[in-house]
Design a protein around this ligand. Structure first.
Ligand code: NAD
Ligand code: ATP
Length: 526
């Protein structure tokens, strides 16, 4: 009996004490591992002379040896995990420096729009670049001028001539601007007093400096009403506005099946040509719902032309324009100025454990709504270790995690219990999906952080990532997703202005806080 008791006791030693011995998933491995191993060995030495004649005691010593072996294994595991962590840290730093380098490149390419008027033009024309510089104006508005001059190395020979993209300037108002002290500094410190300027890009306005010449129209497929509207819109834009028009290959085929007179419409043949579109297109029009805006944005892996989204879907959070009045809307937009919402995107990389010694990662994905890491078809809980700028955030055990932009805050993140956030608030929403813990509440992180989500090596199952609800990819144990704010936002034209449009969409789209008003004929305060 006693040996049975001892064996059970050993077992409970394994499961009970081992809790304090085993690696703590949050804080790493406990140092008590080696101590306990020593203790077990000492026990073995003390006990062995008495065991020879007692079968049960032999059994007991075998069990203790097994425990000692397991502890040695755990210690080796600890060393491996530490090496692993060092490797991830190294790659994470590389990732960060790559991002910083990219941003520097973007900035160093910036030259003022005004330079387009000077003799250096010739040089600029030979090497297509974006030129931007901050100006400050006299009327209390901040400004960015942008101008792009390019040589159409193009995919349509008829179009193979020098073409200049329409230039525009962006300006935004800021209450603190009247006070010079606040002009450049967000936080100022004077005579021991700290004050802050209003830093948010309140209302951004886009003013054309030269006329837009080229529009790209992206349409929702398989919709008769969208097809009818696109035929009419292409005809009108060409006849009344004399614009160059790009459409998707599918839409060009549809237009040509209507009439051969649509052969002026341009399109592309491969991804390389799509990657050049941003150098040609002044304005992007979408005909569909929010999904069409997401689709259009996903075509641009870098800068995105301003988008004018016409509503032809059911909800339309990002599509404020009514298609019935498209002529009036486009007249006003082509003339400018336009109020815009600057929607931040997230850039996401998957880092595969298998490719741990290669610096190169998979293609960067840019999302306008969110990137989701979930359990896919697996019936197990996801087990995701999350880090924010190398600091451990938490381990997500549940159905998954949503890393959302503020534009995406009214989409999947909202359904998972995240807050609705104005799209111009910069930040990353960290929203769990069905967490198996009562205390897991959503977070909103600042825009400058890098978030890493990793499937631990001891995970029972793999996880699945999807980008704006598409392009599902599997994350195996050891793989990680690294996510930060992308340098290329998506500007969408507003019907009225950013805040008004946002409030209209949550009222009309979600019937937010709709309740019958209480009547006055009840009890009254004395
Ligand atoms: N449980 C959910 O709410 C859930 C589940 C999966 C995906 N989604 C969302 O669907 C998006 C993909 O959209 P889709 O049109 O390609 O797929 P879809 O056709 O399945 O439509 C999803 C719905 O989400 C709405 N939507 C999309 N972006 C929105 C936004 N920023 N704000 C408010 N509503 C928005 C769309 O209008 C549409 O009604 C994903 O990015 C994700 O946010 C939501
Ligand atoms: N140009 C396109 N090419 C391929 N797929 C597209 C294109 N535009 C939209 N889609 C896809 O079609 C689907 C439906 O589009 P969208 O969301 O715009 O329409 P909807 O569902 O009618 O509108 P809503 O989202 O408001 O209900 C989306 O999944 C979207 O990804």
């Amino acid at each position: 009996m006693s040996s049975t008791f001892k064996l059970n006791n050993t077992d409970s030693f394994g499961n009970g004490d081992a809790k304090s011995l085993c690696p703590n998933p949050v804080n790493g491995f406990s140092d008590s591992i080696s101590l306990s191993e020593k203790a077990v060995q000492e026990l073995l030495i003390q006990q062995s002379p008495m065991q020879a004649t007692d079968d049960h005691l032999i059994e007991f010593s075998e069990a203790l040896r097994t425990v000692a072996k397991a502890l040695r294994g755990a210690a080796e595991g600890k060393a491996l995990a530490q090496a692993e962590a060092a490797e991830w840290k190294r790659r994470y730093e590389l990732e960060r420096s790559k991002n910083v380098e990219l941003q520097h490149k973007e900035l160093s390419n910036g030259v003022c729009a005004n330079e387009s008027k000077n003799p250096r033009m010739e040089h600029i024309v030979k090497s297509p670049r974006l030129h931007a510089q901050e100006n400050s104006s006299t009327n209390g508005m901040e400004r960015i001028c942008s101008h792009e001059v390019l040589q159409d190395g193009g995919f349509n020979s008829s179009n193979n001539k020098l073409k200049r993209k329409a230039s525009f300037k962006l300006s935004w108002g800021c209450k603190g601007m009247a006070n010079d002290q606040h002009k450049k500094e967000i936080v100022s410190f004077e005579r021991g007093n700290i004050s802050t300027a209003e830093r948010s890009s309140k209302q951004i306005s886009l003013t054309w400096e030269s006329d837009p010449q080229t529009v790209l129209i992206i349409t929702k497929p398989n919709s008769t009403s969208v097809r009818v509207l696109s035929v009419d819109m292409v005809r009108w834009l060409r006849a009344q506005k004399g614009l160059n028009i790009y459409v998707e290959p599918r839409v060009k085929a549809e237009l040509l099946s209507e009439s051969s007179s649509f052969n002026f419409v341009q399109t592309w043949e491969d991804d390389k040509e799509i990657s050049l579109l941003h150098t040609k297109v002044d304005l992007l029009i979408t005909l569909g719902g929010d999904g069409t805006v997401l689709w259009a944005a996903s075509m641009f892996k870098g800068p995105v032309p301003p988008i004018v989204p016409f509503s032809m879907g059911s909800l339309g959070f990002m599509t404020p324009f009514h298609s019935e009045q498209y002529r009036e809307c486009l007249e006003a937009i082509l003339k400018g100025p336009i109020s815009i919402t600057l929607r931040h995107r997230l850039q996401c990389h998957i880092i595969r454990d298998k490719a741990r010694h290669e610096y190169e990662t998979e293609e960067t994905m840019l999302v306008l709504n969110e990137v989701t890491i979930d359990r896919g078809i697996s019936s197990y809980l996801t087990n995701l270790e999350c880090y924010c700028d190398n600091s451990f955030v938490t381990c997500v055990q549940g159905d998954g995690l949503i890393l959302s932009t503020t534009s995406g805050s009214t989409a999947y993140s909202l359904a998972a219990g995240g807050s609705m956030v104005h799209p111009q608030v910069p930040g990353i929403l960290f929203t769990p999906i069905c967490p198996h813990s009562l205390s897991f509440r959503p977070l909103i992180l600042p825009e400058h952080v890098t978030v890493r989500v990793q499937v631990p090596f001891n995970s029972r199952s793999s996880a699945w990532v999807s980008f704006d609800g598409k392009d599902r990819k599997q994350l195996e144990a050891g793989d990680a997703l690294v996510c930060s704010m992308a340098p290329w936002p998506v500007s969408t034209a507003c019907q009225v202005e950013s805040t008004n449009d946002f409030l209209r969409s949550i009222h009309d789209g979600l019937h937010w806080n709709l309740r019958k008003t209480q009547s006055a004929d009840g009890p009254q305060d004395a």
